[in-house]
Design a protein around this ligand. Structure first.
Ligand SMILES: [Zn+2]
Length: 201
């Protein structure tokens, strides 16, 4: 189909996103064209422009924050003796929704995956080392998806941490999560129980 150039460009933009195919991209663009007010589209564009400009990565935990600092690292009521490692920044929101975890987080930016070329050097481990060296953290929770990559990362990090800090307790989310599953799709009760019943490894 021959779309006007701007329409075609936007279809290309949308279909480059994960989970959005050509047909869905077309539907979205024509929906915007037909149903949106100009100011809604302007706000959409403004937010897109601001996304990379204004959202910063917290130098401590690797989570995204607006320029004024990381909400979780800066929260004085957080338990600073616990840090939960997560693969991606968005995993924090799934764990936060459970409302039962009051410690800190650390974003690794991926899990070990030879298939995807994610080696240990690509994970955000140096910043984690700095945090552990401060001596405040007493427990490290491995908050990963129960997948092959999650398991490999647990084994690698456990060895790395135990070599230098044998006194730090290392725990993992309980096995209540279905193997191969994803934190994103686990319901809150399952995640609460996975956190509550975490086991030392
Ligand atoms: Zn932070």
């Amino acid at each position: 189909m021959n779309h006007p150039l701007i329409v075609q460009n936007l279809i290309n933009n949308f279909s480059a996103l994960p989970g959005i195919g050509q047909k869905t991209a077309e539907r979205l663009v024509y929906y915007l064209l037909k149903n949106s007010k100009q100011e809604q589209l302007a706000a959409f564009g403004k937010n897109l422009t601001a996304l990379k400009n204004e959202i910063k990565v917290c130098p401590v935990c690797g989570d995204y924050s607006n320029g004024t600092g990381c909400a979780i690292c800066g929260e004085p009521k957080r338990d600073r003796t616990k840090v939960c490692l997560v693969a991606e920044a968005q995993d924090i929101s799934y764990l936060e929704k459970t409302g039962i975890y009051n410690g800190l987080y650390h974003v690794l930016n991926g899990l070990l995956s030879p298939v995807e070329g994610i080696t240990a050097g690509k994970l955000n481990v140096t910043a984690l080392g700095k945090r552990l060296a401060e001596g405040v953290i007493k427990e490290v929770i491995m908050g990963f998806n129960p997948t092959l990559e999650g398991e490999s990362t647990i084994i690698y990090l456990k060895k790395l941490i135990k070599e230098k800090y044998p006194h730090i307790k290392i725990t993992r989310l309980s096995r209540g999560l279905p193997m191969g599953g994803d934190l994103e799709y686990a319901d809150e009760i399952t995640l609460q129980s996975a956190l509550d019943n975490r086991t030392e490894i």
